[in-house]
Design a protein around this ligand. Sequence first.
Ligand SMILES: Cc1ncc(COP(=O)(O)O)c(C=O)c1O
Length: 464
Amino acid sequence: MDQDNSSTGDPSGDTDGERVVRRDEAVRAAVEQGLLRPDAPIVGLLDVTGIRESAAALRAAFDEVTAPGTPVLHAFAVKATPLVPVLRLLREEGIGVEVASPGELALARAAGLPPDRTVLDSPAKTPAELREALALGIAVNADNPQELDRIDALMRSAASRSPLGIRVNPQVGAGAIEALSTATATSKFGVALRDEGAREWVVRAYAERPWLSRLHTHSGSQGVPLSLMAEGVAATYALAEEINRRIGHPQIDTIDIGGGLPVNFTSDVTTPTYADYARVLKKAVPGLFDGRYGLVTEFGRSLLAKHGTVVARVEYAKSAGGRPVAVTHAGVQVATRTVYAPGAWPLRIAAYDGKGRPKEGPEVAQDVAGPACFAGDLLAQGYALPLLEQGDYAAALDTGAYYFAHHYAYNSLARPGVYGFAPDGAGGTAFAIVREAQTVEEIVAESGGAHAGALTTLRTPGRH
Ligand SMILES: Cc1ncc(COP(=O)(O)O)c(C=O)c1O
């Protein structure tokens, strides 16, 4: 299992090492097969084998710690990689979906995810979204008392088979990245459990609503240590136990522990692993795994990040102030977080030559720049790599989640094509298109092209 081998810290000869070999081969094949060429200077690549391995590792890790027969739904957080073929691939691997917007729900349905493998969480659900979810039988976690009022009204008007719960914020504190820490004292998510009166309100909410059967938390994403995530889950479990005890029967039958397993962006080693986290959880909250509760997980980044690579052609190689600068086609449009917050989101870059082969030669500190028209559009600054030259390729590694699937339309830069790859069985690499590259005609259409005269038809009275 990829995740277990990787904890050795040695990527050679294990499945992490095999992933590097597959990646190098895919970059070479992408150039050779013409996916990357002068007029298609950027692509996103997804390693199908690696995604399947991560899904299997997730299932195995929780199988290992749960009592036999415990229902466990691993619901992939669609926000991490909102691409329909990815959701379909994960479905085939036994993974459901966690959705947080009407768009994400539509993607999940297009991928064929059934309602009983779909969980809806979001802080701003409209009445229409709630009505649709309850009509479909999708699980919903209410974020706050006002949302619960809306659900009450819907439940009064029509029966629903949706499993329903409340999201709580255990307020256990922040991780290293404030913007991704959802369990701070003032986080916008869920019912802030330590606020005055909140715990009592939650207990009463369950006592008054026999149809509330789930409890949900998600303590944060990248930057939150496993111990803090486990603390959040432990606090949620303790609340479920208290609610069931005070109600007098096990009304809460499922605990949704959210996602958030951090990803190692500093090397090819997969660490921490799902097995690591499952062990930490089992030690911190043994009762969660004894078979009395079903489990839902909502991992996103950890399932996809290490299986995605953005590869971009070096259009020009120049020098400024004595520093080499490679101007590539990958920048803010595909690596928005890295460009705007490089300290929190550093990426590894790999150099390939014009034939897509790993570039050799002495390492030189250089800037790897994107195509956008602002100075900060840099994938990396002063990064040590074999010198990138015109016609080479730069690859931004570990970008399978929250990167190239999250296009940012600065400078009207086109969304790159995304391809999945896998060994072709004959020693080469086969590709399948996941998302077509956006055309300039589509950019014009999405930018009001059909309404070119719209503003000039509005005239201020009294002016010409
Ligand atoms: C409610 C919820 N669940 C799951 C996730 C997925 O987190 P990650 O991609 O870090 O696993 C998020 C991320 O924002 C979330 O808000």
